[in-house]
Design a protein around this ligand. Structure first.
Ligand code: ZN
Ligand code: ZN
Length: 339
């Protein structure tokens, strides 16, 4: 706020409201500045908000934006930061209309997201718990894997096990893709049965106490063909090489470049069609992006994924993904599941 010479800061992204205040309801705006932060929410959350946050809470009947606008006018603030990438046009226009003359809404871009990149010890502990639930769920669901099982049955089993282990929900739509369907990097589980000699891609994560985990593993029913083994080995080599680069000070572009270099060596550069990874925390995809041309430097406390993959129409796809913590001396792979 001092950088932007702001009198106040309006937090409208619910995930950022949660990050700053602890409030997990589905309707809330947090106003920072002045003596103490003020959380606006509606009567459904009267009891919950009092339990979850030590902010002052204002319970509002009707649209929050009107109450927020009135509060801003009374304070006579001149410069109010807002999350321009995270606000709806209606809400923005509503706020603009209620501002006092001479007051301005100032674009603060991803100020909170930049804070969220570096996880606290408490956040890292929660991510570890989420990662453990994901890996345990994978291990128990895999014991039931046999030919004839449908992709959607396996996805349901994975999600059931994650919930049993304490997750609120999957961190994203679980991906189970058998055979040539694995060529779709974001395949939705279908009613297709898993064959007796087939490659299987599973990409899954838990959301546990708000925090995400993210893992992709390849399984194979029956003995894999030589081509499949070679592709798997190439992707694994790329993934391990990229993880080896992870340490404070390195650009995310350099981590991405390492995975690309290895796959390029095997003539698979063109088949690696997405970026190498992403940050994760309260959201499954958050800053930093581990991709080509991204100049963000890794720092201790960041939690990222490393997940190179290759995809071929008619054959299938191979991706391997771990959740990785950047430590002061390098990195720690949090995912315990063997590859
Ligand atoms: Zn994933
Ligand atoms: Zn991922």
């Amino acid at each position: 706020m001092s950088e932007g010479k702001l009198d106040g800061f309006l937090v409208t992204a619910l995930v950022n409201v949660r990050y700053l205040s602890g409030f997990t309801g589905s309707n809330g705006v947090l106003l920072l500045g002045g003596r103490e932060p003020l959380l606006f929410t509606d009567p459904r959350y009267e009891i919950q908000s009092a339990r979850q946050t030590n902010c002052r809470v204002r319970i509002v009947r009707g649209p929050l934006v009107r109450a927020v606008g009135a509060s801003l006018r009374r304070r006579r603030w001149k410069r109010i930061g807002f999350e321009n990438g995270r606000i709806g046009l209606e809400v923005y226009r509503g706020l603009e209309r209620t501002l006092a003359p001479g007051a301005a809404l100032v674009e603060a871009d991803d100020a909170i997201e930049r804070l969220r990149m570096i996880k606290s010890a408490a956040e890292i502990a929660l991510i570890r718990t989420s990662v453990a639930a994901c890996s345990k769920a994978y291990a128990s669901a895999l014991r039931r894997l046999k030919p004839g099982l449908r992709e959607q049955d396996l996805a349901a089993r994975l999600e059931f096990e994650m919930r049993r282990l304490g997750a609120e929900k999957p961190a994203f739509e679980t991906i189970v893709a058998a055979g040539e369907r694995a060529a779709l990097p974001h395949a939705e589980p279908s009613a297709r049965s898993i064959g007796s000699n087939e490659l299987l891609l599973i990409d899954m994560g838990a959301q546990l106490q708000g925090y995400a985990s993210d893992m992709t593993r390849m399984a194979h029913l029956g003995a894999p063909a030589r081509k499949t083994r070679q592709l798997y080995d190439a992707v694994l080599e790329a993934q391990l090489a990229a993880i080896e680069k992870v340490r404070p000070g390195i650009t995310t572009d350099a981590v991405d470049g390492e995975a690309r270099r290895v796959l390029g060596h095997y003539g698979l550069g063109e088949r690696f069609t997405h970026s190498t990874g992403h940050g994760l925390g309260l959201e499954i995809h958050e800053a930093p992006r581990i991709g080509h041309g991204d100049r963000t430097r890794l720092a201790a406390g960041m939690v990222i994924t490393v997940e190179p993959g290759v995809y071929m129409e008619g054959f299938g796809g191979i991706r391997i993904e771990d959740t990785v913590l950047v430590t002061s001396s390098g990195h720690e792979v949090l995912t315990p599941t063997p590859k």
